[in-house]
Each structure stands twice: as structure tokens, then as C-alpha cells.
Design a binder for this molecule. Structure first.
Ligand SMILES: [Zn+2]
Ligand SMILES: [Zn+2]
Length: 306
């Protein structure tokens, strides 16, 4: 299984356009040891020819250009077989609207995420210019789905959606009700080799069920948004704690680093990293702590073969 990280940052990217936090300012001024990152998107392939995108960030156009594996092979073509949305946050799905140039798209999402994107969304009409411009395939918790491209060709990948605590996107929070299908993780199986990637880029908590499902994967990608619960308030950047934004912090006694210590997994990678997170700085104590525990911090352009 081939994995290529196209974007590794949380919503806003790094640096974020309106952010003057120490990380963003330091990066712009060349004073911190860190690299810029675009918003989260990961490409996965069994054969290097057909790719599954995990999420579709607002920076998708540049992310495709930056990776030759996704360049067209003919006058109108894309190696993107399908796109899978793990939730309806705009940093995960806004890029779909940028892929509007009359090309058939296959999108895997839960019914809650699909409805959140298409209902009452006048801009979605740009993806309804011809029949079957977008083929939605419904993900159900615990139900395996084979990833098949618009041409009907199997990609060799099967996904198993997992219940992961989360929330609906901010623009739908006024509707009130939360459902389990607002946010999922996925276990991706390469059928020919049995290789397994567990992908969970947003998680409000680490449940025992998640621990069971993540265990034994050849690689785990996990939510690295915030280092601490009070990261934003402590920087004067609002009042919300990490958990209120549906992200379990990395550090601390109840953080994911501690909770995931005993996972048996080949590679472990934090992704979806917010620009405020101190572990983005390569010389920080927080970075040393995650590295000592065997974790990598995803970067744009990171590649992995399982
Ligand atoms: Zn996000
Ligand atoms: Zn910042």
C-alpha cells in the first residue's frame, strides 16, 4: 500500500492567514524550525495508478499539482479513483467544489456527511452539471465497502468505517442533534497483501472500541490537532478547549499519546496538526516527547509504503 500525505495541517493550515501566534509568526519570519503545511488530505493506492483521497481540502488543486502521481495521463483524466470524507468540516470537504471541471467523481461518505454537504447548498449545483458528475456511495458504521472508481474498476482497497467521537461541522451545529455518523475513522485494507492502514484524523476521545480497532494496523494516522486542552485560550485565541472542538489533545495524562501507548502498530503518525501546536517545532520538548514514543509528525509530501 502506497501512502502520500498531500496536506498535514488542521483547518487553517500553517501558517494560518489571520494568525499571529508564535508558531505562525515565527514561521513567516524564519525564526522557528518548522515547515509550512497545507490542510489535511492523504492519498492511498494499492497499485500507484488509482488513488483514494482521504478528505478533500480547500488546497486540493495545489496538492494535486505537487504530486505527479495525481497528474492526468490523458487529455481529460485523473488518477483519483475516489474521495472519502471522514466528516463534514470545511477543511475536509470544501475542495470538492474545486474539482468542478466536468469530471466524474466518486465520493464515499456517511449519509449524515453527504446531506450536510449537498442540502441547501447552492454551490453544490456546480457538481450537478451532468448526470452522475458525483456518485455518492454511502458508508455505514461497521460496514465494509470496496473502493471502486468512476470507470467501475476496483482499486484493490476496502474500507471499514469506524465510530469515532466527533461533532457536526460548525455551520451545521445550530441543528443541534449529533449523530455517530458525523465523524468517522476508517480502516483501509489492501486486499492483495492484507496490509492495513487505520486513519483517524479527528477524534474527540479515544474509546476502548477505537483501541481495539486501531490495534494491529501496519500504520495508524491519528488526530494531532492540539497538544493541550487549553492551547487556544492560553494563547488568547478564543475560549474553546480542545475537547469542545472535538479533538482529544496529544499531551497530558488523558491525551492520545498516553492512551495509544500500548497499540501494536507498525508506523504511528500524527496528522491534522493545528498551527498552534508546539510539536510542529522540530526542536520543541513536545516534539521530542512524541518522537521518543515512536510517533512521526506528518508533513506535506511524506510518503510511506506498507
Ligand atoms: Zn479539520
Ligand atoms: Zn497560528
Amino acid at each position: 500500500m502506497l501512502i502520500r500525505v498531500l496536506g498535514s495541517a488542521a483547518g487553517g493550515g500553517f501558517p494560518q492567514w489571520n494568525c499571529g501566534c508564535p508558531n505562525c509568526r515565527g514561521l513567516r519570519e524564519g525564526r522557528v524550525a518548522a515547515r509550512a503545511r497545507t490542510q489535511e488530505c492523504v492519498a492511498v493506492s494499492a497499485d500507484g495508478a488509482a488513488w483514494l483521497l482521504l478528505n478533500c481540502s480547500p488546497e486540493i488543486r495545489q496538492q494535486i499539482e505537487d504530486f505527479p502521481g495525481l497528474h492526468p495521463r490523458g487529455s481529460r483524466d485523473s488518477p483519483i479513483a475516489a474521495i472519502l470524507l471522514t466528516n463534514g468540516d470545511l477543511d475536509h470537504c470544501l475542495g470538492l467544489l474545486s474539482l468542478r471541471e466536468s469530471h466524474p467523481l466518486v465520493v464515499y461518505a456517511t449519509e449524515a456527511v453527504r446531506r450536510g454537504f449537498v442540502e441547501d447548498n447552492v454551490l453544490y449545483r456546480t457538481l450537478e452539471r451532468f448526470p452522475d458528475q458525483v456518485t455518492w456511495r454511502t458508508l455505514k458504521l461497521g460496514g465494509e465497502e470496496e473502493i471502486v472508481g468512476p470507470d467501475g474498476r476496483a482499486s484493490g482497497l476496502t474500507v471499514l468505517p469506524l465510530a469515532v467521537p466527533g461533532k457536526p461541522p460548525i455551520h451545521l451545529e445550530h441543528r443541534g442533534a449529533r449523530v455517530a455518523e458525523d465523524n468517522i475513522g476508517v480502516r483501509i485494507l489492501e486486499r492483495a497483501t492484507g496490509r492495513l492502514l487505520a486513519y483517524c484524523s479527528a477524534a474527540a476521545a479515544v474509546t476502548d472500541e477505537m483501541l481495539r480497532v486501531l490495534d494491529g494496523a501496519d500504520a495508524v494516522f491519528f488526530d494531532g490537532t492540539f497538544w493541550s486542552s487549553d492551547e487556544l485560550p492560553a494563547l488568547g485565541l478564543g475560549s474553546k478547549r480542545a475537547e469542545e472542538m472535538a479533538h482529544v489533545p496529544v499531551g497530558g495524562a488523558a491525551g492520545s499519546l498516553a492512551r495509544l501507548t500500548h497499540l501494536r502498530t507498525g508506523r504511528r503518525v500524527y496528522i491534522h496538526i493545528n498551527n498552534t501546536n508546539p510539536m510542529l517545532r522540530e526542536d520543541s520538548a513536545e516534539r521530542a516527547q512524541v518522537a521518543a514514543a515512536g510517533w512521526d509528525i506528518a508533513w506535506d509530501g511524506m510518503e510511506m509504503t506498507l
